[in-house]
Design a protein around this ligand. Sequence first.
Ligand SMILES: Cc1ncc(COP(=O)(O)O)c(C=O)c1O
Length: 406
Amino acid sequence: MTLRTNERVDRFESPFRRLDALLAGVAPNPGLTPIMMHVGEPQDAPPAVLAQAVAAHAGEWNRYPPSLGTPEFLAAAAGYLERRYPGVRGRLRRELELSAVASTREALFLAAAVAVSPTRATPLALMPNPFYQTYRVAAIMAGAEPRYLRHSGFPLFALDFSDLDSATLARTEILYLCSPSNPDGHVLPAAQLRHAIGLAREHGFLVVFDECYAELYDREPPPGALDVLAEMDGGDGWLDNALVLHSLSKRSSAAGMRSGFAVGDPRVIAALNRVRLNGTACTPLPLLAAATALWSEDTHVDAMRARLRARFDLADRFLGGCAGYYRPPCGFFLWLRVDDGATLARSLWAGSALKVLPGEFLTQPAPAGGNDGRGFVRIALVHDLDTTATGLARLAAALGIQPVNA
Ligand SMILES: Cc1ncc(COP(=O)(O)O)c(C=O)c1O
């Protein structure tokens, strides 16, 4: 008997599996230690308080964790929000508008599941391009067709909402926005966040703000959707049609914890909670205790930013002479314009034992043909300074670029 499965699953593949396929049969230069700069996984040790809290709560591994977080966790998340986003102060109704999630990826996936109505004939999910793959996967699995926002291109992929006609907006069930963005580090200006919220309210869809890179900025903290929502006011309805997601993965170098939180429209939080209470795994109690400690404290985040700045200073030095290089205002990726990203990724692995991600694995081709990501590679600045310098030196050498002031 043949097995029937959901054909939607056949429409996507992980960028990292695609990279494995691209590099299959390519051996890294045997004379060099491989350096992995393709994944956005901070290699810094997380703050010591993480392990301390886990040890202090070691007696709780036998307990089912509360899907919606502990009161302590929610208080710590709210405290962080109030420190970081002045508009939130005195406004957040914690019990209705805030919930724990097992990292932003879980919430991004579930957001489409709760936003896309099965009664809609041809629902759309809007998203940037390039984008974090979960947006597209979530849309497809929820039965919505991904539709990509126009952008203005290099050096930053600034979004352009102007071609969204009323027929498109009427079919839209969810809009994913990422600011600061992966991969290009672009920051959406407050006016654009406001415009997106206005569109969502006018047309009755949900806008999801993926802010997992909110703390990774070079000089200026990027505007947050919560401050914009607070400014637009609306009384108890201040979070209407919005869901804002934060995570410890990048902020606290704690990707392994799978811990974050969602704050937003109480109707969406209630739906998300109902699905999470009945259908998904969640963050264990010892890890929620560690997450509580991490959200309560910001000095380790300042230290993380200082490390990041030093890595970008190295990038300026090694790649400053490259026409395709720019220093992004936020995030920890270089989004480097090159001739052909896939060809370069293969030759860097073979010749320099350096693994980078071709941009086209983070973009979708345009309907008219062509793929804006093809001429890019994404390089994650997630290693210590020595490893980062070695990786960037190999890249510069492969591209034939002389380091600046070296
Ligand atoms: C834009 C973006 N959103 C979400 C995630 C998922 O992060 P988390 O570890 O919180 O699930 C990532 C991880 O790389 C990301 O780049």
